[in-house]
Design a protein around this ligand. Structure first.
Ligand SMILES: Nc1ncnc2c1ncn2[C@@H]1O[C@H](COP(=O)(O)OP(=O)(O)O)[C@@H](O)[C@H]1O
Ligand SMILES: [Mg+2]
Length: 237
């Protein structure tokens, strides 16, 4: 864990009106590391992904990667430096085919990257590559979203609730794949409700509640932490 971080976010505050969706969140991520980001609904997980990916700029605090302050960089510029993400609700170009969606991500992404064909094979969507994205079921759309992110040549991959809607068998495959990506030195933040899935991927988690980090460390220690249990028992999620 002594490697130079590829991502540093510090004291991130993101407000919607007067409401603080993120209220001073900090963390680091090294190449090849997987950080599990967990917490009840509304705790700010997706907002943190959005701030790192550049969909939102924070009201205060900073994001750094590869020795650059990228806090106010537009999304496409971050994608080109290798920051890519999947969406909690996938947003493919619905009237393009699966293959065209991936080819587009490849075109705009960082090189070197997985070729569109490799990305198709990686997520197992090669058999449906000529279908329109709108014809896919919800788990296939999640896998397409992952394939697009991969074809964009990520160094940092932000995964927002990929497991929701996938079958147990699909989950196993995806967990193995994400681990293989980490072994290729890609740094991952994995937002997930499914703690069994997180446990398979990583021991290192950050637990959020109400826009703040309430715990950072191993998942097994998080499970014994009184603040974490209070939040989970209190919200019932
Ligand atoms: N674009 C937005 N406008 C207003 N409020 C938002 C917006 N995005 C998120 N929020 C609010 O910020 C809080 C954190 O949301 P989110 O980051 O999506 O949580 P999580 O992903 O942990 O469920 C929620 O209360 C949510 O309603
Ligand atoms: Mg979310």
């Amino acid at each position: 864990m002594s490697r130079e971080p590829i991502l540093i976010f510090e004291n991130i505050v993101k407000k919607f009106g007067a409401f603080r969706a993120l209220d001073g969140v900090s963390g680091t991520l090294a190449p090849g590391e997987i950080l599990g980001l967990v917490g009840p609904n509304g705790s700010g997980k997706t907002t943190l992904i959005n701030v790192i990916a550049g969909l939102y700029y924070p009201d205060s605090g900073g994001v750094r990667s590869q020795e650059q302050d990228i806090t106010h960089w537009p999304m496409h510029k971050r994608a080109r430096m290798g920051i890519n993400r999947t969406f909690q609700i996938p947003k493919p170009f619905k009237s393009l085919s699966v293959e065209e969606n991936i080819a587009l991500a490849y075109h705009y992404g960082r090189k070197p990257a997985m070729s569109p064909q490799q990305a198709l094979d990686f997520v197992g969507l090669a058999p449906v590559k000529n279908q329109l994205a709108l014809q896919l079921n919800s788990s296939q759309q999640k896998l397409l979203d992952l394939a697009r992110a991969l074809a964009a040549g990520p160094r940092i991959l932000l995964i927002d609730e990929l497991a929701a809607g996938l079958s147990h068998q699909e989950l196993q495959v995806v967990a193995d794949h994400l681990q293989a990506l980490a072994q290729q030195d890609i740094a991952l933040i994995v937002v997930e409700h499914h703690l069994g899935f997180v446990n398979q991927l990583t021991e290192r988690v950050m637990v959020m509640n109400a826009g703040k980090e309430i715990f950072q460390g191993s998942l097994s220690r998080a499970a014994q932490d009184p603040t974490v249990s209070a939040v989970y028992l209190g919200t019932g999620s």
